[in-house]
Design a protein around this ligand. Structure first.
Ligand code: 4NP
Length: 166
């Protein structure tokens, strides 16, 4: 499936991208950290602003889950930031709000002002390999799940960086 073109920010110098999962301690901080590293490697870091948030508030203020940090490290990435909950203001602020799974997507659309609904997309719409629309939640599973998240996120983040570069 071809990634959706993000036409509404074409020609703008700064693109703001927000990744959203449930807790903001596993999947969305990984997307944030990996896209940061990839755009830096490509010299695009002055063209994009990247953040992440959770639909839930349980982990607000916490760093990324230790298991997620370790998996990212195994693949050569460092994660940072502290969890925060998504707010209604985020939809006006960010050009693109990428939901890590379909539950996150539905929760975001339920709170999104209708004029910004087009900005809310599924993260894996950028995946040219997997058919699964969800980035599986690794929180209650084993280590493999965290490595899977890194692999999925890395693939999609490269495609997002392509779009920033285009
Ligand atoms: P995330 O993972 O949404 O990828 O940050 C989770 C983190 C915490 C919980 C669930 C998923 N939790 O139930 O606390």
């Amino acid at each position: 499936m071809a990634p959706p073109r993000v036409v509404w920010y074409a020609g703008r110098a700064m693109k703001r991208i927000l990744f959203v999962c449930l807790g903001n301690i596993c999947r969305s901080p990984t997307a944030e950290g990996l896209l940061r590293a990839i755009v830096k490697r490509r010299g695009l870091d002055d063209r994009v602003e990247i953040d992440s948030a959770g639909t839930g508030a349980w982990h607000v203020g916490n760093p990324p889950d230790r298991r997620m940090q370790q998996a990212a490290k195994r693949h050569g990435y460092t994660l940072g930031g502290r969890a925060r909950q998504v707010t209604v203001e985020d939809f006006a602020r960010f050009d693109l709000v990428l939901a890590m799974d379909r539950d996150n997507h539905a929760d975001l659309l339920a709170m999104c002002p209708p004029e910004y609904a087009e900005r809310v997309r599924l993260f894996r719409s950028y995946d040219d390999e997997g058919a699964d629309p969800d980035t599986p939640d690794p929180y209650y599973g084993g280590e493999d799940g965290f490595d899977d998240v890194v692999r999925i996120v890395e693939r999609c983040a490269e495609r997002i960086a392509d779009e920033i570069e285009a």
